[in-house]
Design a protein around this ligand. Structure first.
Ligand code: FCB
Length: 454
């Protein structure tokens, strides 16, 4: 009997795109009046970034954006998530606007629209102006929110006629806890919890200002949301008890960011745990932070396994990964495609989120250079297919997943891992700036253009 497989289709109007961020691809780190960011500064400190790599040139996207947009279209995408470099617009963080910086993104958005690409703009993807770090300690000081308010008002006023999809901040956890707590990321400080909690609160205020700016100046059809890297527990067995454990895990691990935004307050559990280290909250803060958003962006690369504990009062148990559990070359990336099903589902169930976009998903492998024009990244192709299968399952189950952005168009500056960890669907030769689509890019193109798994 001939087998007649049913197409593994995605919902109509599903948004497919690529994601990237200014500091990771633009280069031109000191060109045309741009001020240094905390990452430009951090990368110059010995031992901070693998191989001493800097962001100075990166993918030279600053000069090559037109050809990169062409490439994106050839690969089937109609949407592109990018970020704007704050220190390009305000080299000092606030004060005088840098016209040349502003003009660069005018040209960039015009070129995108000419190419038929819809912009999704992240206002902040970790490149804080170094001037603010020097002046008052960056995220540690509440004045960062005033500077950010001016910055985002400027962005939305300038680009709101062409940009209708806005993302306020990318992964608060990474630029607060990892920047000021563990020190793995810029500015590389190891400060006590009381300080980290403060950086979080200031980040939440900035998110609120991003939403406010879009509502005030965004014009018709403008939409806005946060991108979070929520911690996701995957139930070991999909049975009631383990699913309840996964839900309890989601509710217990994400309230520092999601409670203020979705519930307009800090969770009692968070305040209890923080004790005297809790951040100072001023009148009106939560009204700003909890302004309604239009969607939640989730960056999902990995997760952890959870189950219902056999005994005791705990509501969930997180299982350790055995040493030989599969992982990408980026060591933190344990391979767990079901996270992309459970993340959106749990965000919907726990916080009542109405629309979810996967604003990043992908994997870092140290791909070898092209041979006969090909990079056979079958590991990436396989992981992406498994992830998209899980995303489709979410859509089929009625979880409101609306779109997917592959991280990333091309290999780029992977923060403290420098240029070694390649996340691109397109191989970038950083010496010649030659771009070569990998096998996964060709595969993704078929998915995107057919709106189904292939
Ligand atoms: C995420 C970041 C993104 C990229 C990927 C691999 O945490 O948002 O910039 O580096 O990881």
């Amino acid at each position: 009997m001939p087998v007649k497989p049913r197409p593994l289709a995605f919902p109509r109007n599903f948004v497919w795109g690529f994601a990237a961020a200014a500091p990771q691809i633009e280069g031109a780190a000191f060109a045309d009046g741009k001020g240094p960011s905390i990452w430009d500064h951090f990368a110059r400190q010995p031992g901070r970034v693998r191989n001493g790599d800097t962001l100075d040139v990166a993918c030279d996207h600053y000069a090559r954006f037109r050809e990169d947009f062409k490439l994106m279209r050839e690969l089937g995408a109609r949407h592109y998530r990018l970020s704007i470099a704050w220190p390009r617009i305000f080299p000092q963080g606030d004060g005088a606007v840098n016209r040349q910086g502003l003009d660069f993104y005018h040209r960039l958005f015009d070129a995108m629209l000419e190419e038929g690409l819809t912009p999704w703009v992240t206002m902040f993807h970790w490149d804080l102006p170094q001037a603010l770090e020097d002046r008052f300690g960056g995220w540690r000081d509440r004045r960062v929110a005033d500077a950010f308010a001016t910055y985002v008002d400027t962005l939305v006023r300038a680009y709101g006629d062409r940009v209708k999809n806005w993302i306020t901040l990318n992964e608060i956890f990474c630029f607060t806890t990892l920047g000021y707590g563990t020190g793995a990321k810029a500015p590389g400080l190891k400060l006590p919890d009381a300080v980290v909690n403060r950086t979080y609160h200031h980040a939440l205020l900035c998110h609120g200002h991003g939403v406010r700016a879009v509502r005030e100046h965004g014009g018709r059809g403008a939409r806005v949301g946060l991108t979070d890297n929520s911690s996701i527990g995957v139930p070991v067995t999909e049975t009631e008890d383990d699913i309840a454990a996964a839900r309890a895990h989601f509710a217990a691990t994400n309230p520092r960011t999601l409670d203020p935004i979705y519930r307009g307050r800090y969770a009692a559990s968070y305040l209890r745990a923080a004790g005297k280290d809790a951040p100072r909250v001023a009148k009106g803060d939560f009204a700003l932070i909890s302004l309604p958003t239009d969607f939640l962006g989730l960056n999902i690369y990995t997760g952890s396994f959870v189950r219902a504990p056999a005994r005791g009062r705990a509501k969930f148990e997180v299982l350790p990964f055995p040493p030989s559990y599969p992982q990408a070359d980026a060591h933190w990336l344990k391979i767990l495609p079901q996270s992309i099903y459970w993340g959106p589902r749990l965000a919907t169930e726990v916080y009542g989120v109405k629309a979810v976009y996967i604003t990043e998903n992908g994997c870092g492998y140290d791909d070898a250079p092209p041979v006969n024009g090909e990079v056979l990244d079958l590991h990436r192709r396989d992981l992406l297919r498994n992830c998209l299968g899980e995303l489709r399952r979410a859509a089929t189950d009625g979880v409101p997943v609306k779109g997917y952005f592959l991280w990333s168009l091309m290999d780029n500056f992977e923060w403290e891992d420098g240029y070694e960890r390649r996340f691109g669907a397109v191989y970038c030769d950083f010496k010649t700036q030659r771009r070569t689509p990998k096998l996964s890019a060709r595969w993704y193109r078929e998915v995107v253009t057919r709106n189904r798994l292939v």
